[in-house]
Design a protein around this ligand. Structure first.
Ligand SMILES: Nc1ncnc2c1ncn2[C@@H]1O[C@H](COP(=O)(O)OP(=O)(O)OP(=O)(O)O)[C@@H](O)[C@H]1O
Length: 733
C-alpha cells in the first residue's frame, strides 16, 4: 500500500509537469498567434515556424495522457528510472520520465533474470486515468538467475490484464507490455529488408506500428523528412489501427492499401485467386515494357503529309533515327516524346519552307507552327510515338486478345484469358502494381503548360524549404523536433498548405524513408516491385504469416513470394507467442491447417487459455444462425462478435441477421468496426480480432483456401463457435 502511495506521488508529479508544459506551450502559441501578420516574408516565416513547433509539441503532449507512466527500473547503482510514453524533464532539465524508445529504457523490455544487466528490479505500474491502481515487480537479482522460465513473459499481470480486456473495435498500443522478442524487432536497425514471420496474434501488427514509432524517434532526421509508408490489407484494417500511432505521438505516417497506393486510382476489390496469381507474376513487368514499346511504331514506308495544302514527306529513316535517339535518353515514354518529335518537326519545317519558297530562318516560328498544328503531321507523329496514360493503355491491352497474345507470350492461353477484361470495368487491387509499372515507364502525360506549372510549383516549394531552414536556424528551433520540410509543408504564401504525409500520398515518385508492410504474405512479386520503387534506400519492415496466405497454393518461403525484393539483402526474424488466441482454439486451427495444407510451420505457443473456448452446433446454418448468434451475443456481454462466412454467402448471412439483430450491427458513432456484431468473409477479417467468432460452414472455407480457415479460426480472443453440417474427425477434439 505504502508502495502504491509512493508511486502515486511520483506519477502525480510527472502529470503536474506535463500540465505545466502544456500550458507553457499553449501560452506561447497564443502569443505567437497574437503577433500581427505584417512584416517581411522572413519575419512571417519565423512566426509560422514558431507556431508550427508549438502546435506539434502540444499535439504530442496532448496525445500521451493515458498511461503516461508505466514502468520503473531500479538499478544496481541505487538509482531509479521511470519509463513512459514520452520523455519529460523538470525545470532544471533533470529527467523525470524516459521515453520508451530511448536507449536507457531498453532494459525495461529486455532485462531477464538470466541477463539482468544493471537492473535489480523492474516494476510495471498500472494507472487508470491519473491514479495508480496496481504494481507488479520482477526481481532480477542474482538468486533469480536460475529460473529462465520466469523471464519468458515480462510483466505477466499487466500483460494478462491487457490481453483479456473486451475488444472495442480499435487496436491499442502495447508500450507498457512489449515483450523481449518483440522489442528486439522494434529496435532493429532500419537498414535493409527485415521480414518478420509470426503466427496469428503474435503481435506482428503491434510490433510493426511500434517499430514505425521507434524509427521516427531514433532516426527522426531521416524518417521525418521522407516520411514512413504503412501498407495494410484493407481500409477497414487501417481504420482498426488508426489510433495507435497518434497515441504514440507520431503522425508523419502515410497509411495506404495496395489498392490506394497509386494516386488517381482507388481499387477496393480483389480478383479471384487464379487471376491474382497471373497479375502478380513478374512476367507482367515484361508485358508492361512491350506494351509501352508498342506505342513506338516505325511506319512501313515514307509518308506524304499535307500542311496548308502543301505536300511534304516524313521519311521512314528519319523517323527511325529520331526514335533511336529518343530511346537512348532512357527517359519515360511520354517524356521522351519531345526528344522524338522535335528533330522531325525541324526537318519537316525545312521541307515546308522550301516547298513554299520562303526563307526558313526569317519565318521559322510561323512555319514551324503551321507544321506542328497540321492534322496530318499530328496524326503521323502520334502514330509513331503515342502519348498515353497508364489506365488508358492497360484498358486497351486487356480488352484485346490479339495484342495480349502477341505481348504476353510467357503466359499460356488460359492465363491470358484470365487477363482479358472488357473496357470500363473497375480496377482491382491486383491491377494497381501493373498500372504503377506502366506509370513508371510512361512518365507524366501532360502538355507543356501543365509541365511548366508543375516545375514552377516545385521551385516555389524548394524556396519555402529554404525559408523554413533559415527560420529554424535563426531561432534555434528544431532539436530534432521539426524539420524544414515539415515547416515548409505547413505554410506557403497562400497560407497553410498540405502536410508532408499529404504531399507524399499525392506523389507517385515520392521516396519514403521507411516502409512498413503488414500482412506481407499477401503481396505478389509485382506488388513488391511497386514498393521497392518507393524506397530506394531499401529500408523496409515486412510482417506477416505465410500460413495465412489466401491463395490456394501455400508459399514455401518468404523469398519465393517476394520476387525481386527476395534477392535483396533480407533478414528474417520470428515471433512465436500468440497473445490473442486461446490455446485450445490455436491448437485446433493448427490441426485444420495441417490437414488441408501439410507443411513445416514455425510453432506458435499460446500465452493464454480460456474456459469453453470451442463450441459447435450441428445443422443448416440458414436455420440456426440467428439463435446461435443471439445466444452468443447475450453470453458475451461487452465486447465484439464476428460472424465469418464463406465469401459468397456473406451478404445472405447479413440479410438473415439484420431484421432481428440490425441494432447490434450499426454504430452511429464509429462505423462498422465499432458495432458489437459484424458479418465478414475471411479476406475482410484479416488482421482483425474479436472476443467471439461464429464460424459458418468452416469446411467449405477450408476447402477453398487453407490459409483462410486458419485466419478465420484464429480471430477470437475468447471463444469460437462453429455452425456446420459435419466436419472431418479431429477438428474440434
Ligand atoms: N506485448 C503485448 N502486450 C499486450 N498485448 C499484446 C502484446 N503483443 C500483442 N498483443 C495483443 O495481441 C493481439 C494480437 O496482436 P496483433 O494483431 O498485432 O497480432 P498479429 O500477429 O498481427 O495477428 P494476425 O496474424 O492475426 O494478423 C492484439 O490485441 C495486441 O494488442
Amino acid at each position: 500500500m505504502r508502495e502504491i502511495e509512493h508511486e502515486q506521488r511520483v506519477v502525480s508529479r510527472i502529470y503536474a509537469r506535463l500540465d505545466a508544459l502544456r500550458s507553457h506551450y499553449r501560452h506561447q502559441l497564443a502569443k505567437v498567434r497574437r503577433q500581427e501578420r505584417t512584416g517581411s516574408a522572413q519575419a512571417l516565416s519565423e512566426r509560422d515556424a514558431f507556431a508550427t513547433h508549438y502546435e506539434d509539441t502540444l499535439a504530442r503532449l496532448d496525445a500521451v495522457e493515458n498511461r503516461l507512466v508505466f514502468g520503473r527500473l531500479d538499478l544496481t547503482d541505487d538509482t531509479t528510472r521511470y519509463v513512459g510514453r514520452v520523455g519529460i524533464s523538470d525545470e532544471d532539465r533533470k529527467p523525470l520520465l524516459i521515453d520508451w524508445r530511448a536507449p536507457n529504457a531498453r532494459p525495461f523490455y529486455q532485462a531477464t533474470a538470466a541477463h539482468p544487466g544493471d537492473v535489480v528490479r523492474r516494476r510495471h505500474i498500472t494507472t487508470r486515468e491519473r491514479t495508480v491502481v496496481d504494481l507488479e515487480d520482477d526481481l532480477l537479482n542474482v538468486e533469480a538467475a536460475g529460473s529462465e522460465m520466469a523471464a519468458t513473459l515480462t510483466g505477466e499481470g499487466a500483460l494478462f490484464a491487457s490481453m483479456s480486456q473486451a475488444r472495442d473495435g480499435r487496436m491499442t498500443d502495447i508500450v507498457a507490455t512489449i515483450q523481449a522478442e518483440q522489442d528486439a524487432i522494434i529496435r532493429d536497425s532500419p537498414d535493409g529488408i527485415l521480414v518478420v514471420q509470426g503466427g496469428p496474434g503474435t503481435g506482428k501488427t503491434a510490433v510493426a506500428l511500434h517499430r514505425a514509432a521507434y524509427l521516427l524517434y531514433a532516426h527522426r532526421e531521416r524518417m521525418e523528412r521522407a516520411g514512413v509508408l504503412l501498407i495494410g490489407p484493407s481500409s477497414l484494417f487501417l481504420d482498426y489501427i488508426d489510433q495507435v500511432l497518434p497515441s504514440l505521438g507520431e503522425t508523419n505516417v502515410v497509411a495506404a492499401t495496395m489498392g490506394s497506393l497509386l494516386p488517381g486510382v482507388r481499387a477496393t476489390e480483389h480478383d479471384e485467386a487464379d487471376v491474382a496469381d497471373v497479375k502478380g507474376n513478374l512476367f507482367m513487368s515484361r508485358l508492361a515494357k512491350r506494351a509501352v514499346r508498342g506505342l513506338q511504331r516505325l511506319p512501313e514506308e515514307d509518308q506524304r503529309l499535307s500542311v496548308e495544302g502543301v505536300e511534304i514527306t516524313l521519311r521512314r529513316d528519319q523517323v527511325a533515327a529520331a526514335m533511336e535517339r529518343a530511346r537512348r535518353a532512357g527517359t519515360p515514354h511520354n517524356e521522351a516524346r519531345v526528344a522524338f518529335v522535335l528533330p522531325l518537326l525541324r526537318e519537316l519545317t525545312s521541307q515546308y519552307a522550301k516547298a513554299r519558297g520562303m526563307d526558313e530562318k526569317e519565318n521559322y516560328a510561323f512555319l514551324y507552327e503551321d507544321v506542328r498544328q497540321a492534322r496530318d503531321v499530328r496524326v503521323a507523329l502520334n502514330l509513331a510515338w503515342m502519348p498515353t496514360t497508364p489506365t488508358g493503355l492497360l484498358e486497351r491491352l486487356y480488352a484485346n486478345r490479339e495484342v495480349l497474345a502477341e505481348y504476353a507470350d510467357e503466359f499460356d492461353s488460359r492465363e491470358r484469358e484470365l487477363l482479358y477484361r472488357s473496357p470500363g470495368m473497375p480496377w482491382t487491387i491486383e491491377d494497381v502494381p501493373m498500372l504503377d509499372e506502366l506509370a513508371e515507364l510512361l512518365g507524366e502525360h501532360e502538355g507543356a503548360e501543365v509541365r511548366r506549372e508543375r516545375l514552377a510549383r516545385a521551385r516555389a516549394a524548394q524556396q519555402e524549404i529554404e525559408f523554413a531552414s533559415d527560420a529554424i536556424a535563426s531561432q534555434n528551433l528544431g532539436a530534432g523536433m521539426v524539420s524544414a520540410e515539415t515547416l515548409a509543408s505547413r505554410f506557403t504564401e497562400r497560407g497553410p498548405s498540405r502536410t508532408l504525409a499529404e504531399r507524399a500520398r499525392a506523389d507517385r515518385t515520392w521516396a519514403y524513408g521507411h516502409i512498413v508492410v503488414d500482412e506481407a504474405q499477401e503481396l505478389s512479386p509485382m506488388a513488391w516491385r511497386s514498393l521497392l520503387r518507393r524506397c530506394p534506400s531499401r529500408s523496409i519492415t515486412a510482417v506477416g504469416d505465410l500460413a495465412q496466405r489466401s491463395t490456394a497454393a501455400p508459399a514455401a518461403s518468404w523469398r519465393a513470394t517476394m520476387g525481386k525484393a527476395g534477392r535483396e539483402h533480407v533478414r528474417q526474424a520470428s515471433l512465436t507467442v500468440s497473445y490473442r488466441t486461446p490455446k485450445t482454439i490455436l491448437d485446433a486451427a493448427m490441426r485444420v491447417l495441417l490437414a488441408y495444407a501439410p507443411g513445416d510451420y514455425i510453432p506458435v505457443t499460446a500465452a493464454r487459455e480460456t474456459d469453453n473456448a470451442l463450441e459447435e452446433t450441428y445443422g443448416p446454418w440458414r436455420e440456426i444462425l440467428i439463435d446461435v448468434v443471439t445466444t452468443e451475443l447475450r453470453a458475451m456481454g461487452p465486447g465484439r462478435l464476428a460472424v465469418i462466412t464463406p465469401h459468397d454467402v456473406r451478404d445472405e448471412a447479413y440479410e438473415l441477421l439484420a431484421p432481428q439483430l440490425g441494432a447490434s450491427m450499426t454504430n452511429p458513432h464509429g462505423g462498422r468496426l465499432r458495432s458489437p456484431l459484424v458479418v465478414m468473409d475471411p479476406t475482410e477479417i484479416k488482421g482483425l480480432e474479436f472476443d467471439v467468432v461464429v464460424l459458418v460452414d468452416p469446411r467449405r472455407i477450408a476447402e477453398e483456401a487453407a490459409g483462410d480457415i486458419y485466419v478465420a479460426m484464429t480471430r477470437p480472443t475468447r471463444r469460437l463457435h462453429a455452425v456446420h453440417q459435419g466436419l472431418p474427425a479431429g477438428w474440434f477434439d
